[in-house]
Structure formats: C-alpha cells, structure tokens
Design a protein around this ligand. Structure first.
Ligand code: FES
Length: 162
C-alpha cells in the first residue's frame, strides 16, 4: 500500500515538474520573441537626410516648388518621389509628398484655389495640414519636416507618415 502511495506521489511530483518545465520554456520563448520584436523595431528606425530644397526667395507666397526627397513608409517600403514645398498665402511653409495616397497619381498645388488636387479621381487635400478634404483618398499626404536657416535656405529633415 505504501509503495503504491509513493509511486502515486512520485508521479504527481514528476508531472508538476514537467508542467513547471514547460511553463519556463514557454516564458523563455515569449521573451525571445519580444526581444526579437524590439530588435526589428530598432532596425526599422529610419534615418533621414537633411537636404536643401530651395531658398525661400525662389518660392513666392501662394506658389509651390517641386523637389525629390528619399524616404520610406513604416514598413520600410521605398516611397521616395516627388514632393512639393508650398509657400502658403499666409507666409507659412509646408511640404508634402506629391504622391496621392489613393492610387499614387501625382497631386498638384492649385495656386488659384489654395488647395492640393489629384486630377485622377478628384481627391483634394488641405495644404495647411495635408489632410483629405474630399474624394477617394483615405489617408493624408505624408508631410516633410522643414527647417529654414538664417539665409532663407529651406531644408527637408524627415517625413511624418500618419
Ligand atoms: S489617385 Fe488620387 S484621387 Fe485617386
């Protein structure tokens, strides 16, 4: 009888140890996955170049100037291409990707209407924010970060992708 109880107790103990072992392995596996995830996240950090676009004197108020800026989206997909620097009628400078977020047609700044338009399917964007005003696009235009130095030179320094 006592041998039977001992065997039963041994079985319970070994089962408990096996479960503890599996939980430990699961925990270590989870930590590995989390570490790898943060490694990928670090690798995805994008470093942007600082590129001179133009001098502010070259872009009168109410006009736009086209330039190219290399950047990629949050999935590291290269979406470089034409961008536009807009000198708004109120004197502010804004810059956006010129690639429509609907089906990638090139958008244009309409000086007459102070609006960014896509002629492919009638998408319209706000030149103050890059947000969609109307039409099929669902996402705003990626905004290019700008700095202006004391000589009036305007530089692209990165991209905000919303
Ligand atoms: S591609 Fe611009 S609205 Fe369709």
């Amino acid at each position: 009888m006592s041998d039977r109880n001992d065997a039963s107790e041994d079985f319970k103990t070994s089962r408990r140890n096996a479960i503890k072992g599996m939980l430990t392995i699961s925990g270590l596996s989870l930590l590995s996955v989390l570490s790898f995830g943060s490694y990928i996240a670090k690798e995805r950090k994008v470093v942007y170049e600082k590129i001179r676009i133009a001098n502010i004197k070259d872009v009168p108020k109410g006009t736009a100037y086209t330039f190219n800026y290399p950047f990629s989206d949050l999935n590291q997909v290269d979406i470089s291409g034409p961008c536009m620097l807009i000198h708004l009628p109120n004197g502010e400078l804004k810059a956006y990707s010129s690639i429509c977020t609907h089906l990638r047609c090139i958008v244009r700044y309409s000086e007459e209407n102070n609006i960014i338009q896509c002629l492919c399917h009638g998408g319209k964007f706000d030149p103050q924010t890059g947000s969609v005003l109307s039409g099929p696009p669902k996402r705003p235009l990626p905004e290019v970060n700008l700095i202006v130095d004391s000589n009036g030179d305007v530089y692209a320094t990165g991209v905000k992708i919303l």
